[in-house]
Design a protein around this ligand. Sequence first.
Ligand code: ADP
Ligand code: MG
Length: 267
Amino acid sequence: MSKVLAIVNQKGGVGKTTTAINLSAAIALEGLDTLLIDIDPQANSTGGLGFGRDDERASTYDVLMTAVTPDAAMLTTEIGTLKLIPSSKNLIGATIELIQQDRREFRLRDALEPLRERFPFILLDCPPALDLLTLNALVASDGLLVPMQAEYFALEGISELMSTLDRVSQAFNHGLALEGVLMTMYDERTNLAQQVTANLQEFFGDKLLKTTIPRNVRLAEAPSHGKPVMVYDPRSRGSDAYRDLALELLKRNKIESPKAKERAKAA
Ligand code: ADP
Ligand code: MG
């Protein structure tokens, strides 16, 4: 069984890319084959995993627009079980070019279909917009993972995102559901963070994930070294938090990883 998760929030700077890179790395380090697809023209996941933004190389753009297969565009990262389909600058034009394409909402879903057997987890790093690229991600996904910054305006835009989820699941993808809401850049010492947590708890109930991601400078530094935080600084709080998040999501989905089996045997 495979799980395709879109990491979505139309707000920029809420931690989508940081979550995409480090959650996929943490799942891959649990011994599960994981694929991250960068569908943001800004290509931050691509850069954060140590690859340049190169229009010559096959990318998400080619997978969406041409007959290039996902395998032909796939790169192997420093963590062998983590693969990446990179973004490129020409993806900027894709939102307009897609309009002309057959099955324009289903391009990504169709491309991913043959990969589901091989990858227990496929994560999609979305652009900060509810555009045709994000729509492709929603149509291709089983679940939405929504990172939110614990700030006063956190819930702004969320009703629009939730109504988009409803419309997409009715019109294109009955299998789509909210997987979870993740608090990022969290500082539990502030009253504001606690107040925002209480609001989100009320709004989302058990869809609010137990794991919160603290503000941690190692998470901000790691991409400039082209590494996930668990490679850059495995002892950091950021590394621990994303590992906890991976374990929480595996547990919620009743997926036992090879590493979990080893731990159970050793105990
Ligand atoms: P998005 O993809 O939603 O635009 P990013 O993941 O790129 O957001 O995060 C925006 C900025 O905040 C980046 O500079 C990133 O390094 C930083 N950042 C994200 N999460 C954290 C965190 N938990 N602690 C510290 N900095 C973070
Ligand atoms: Mg991003």
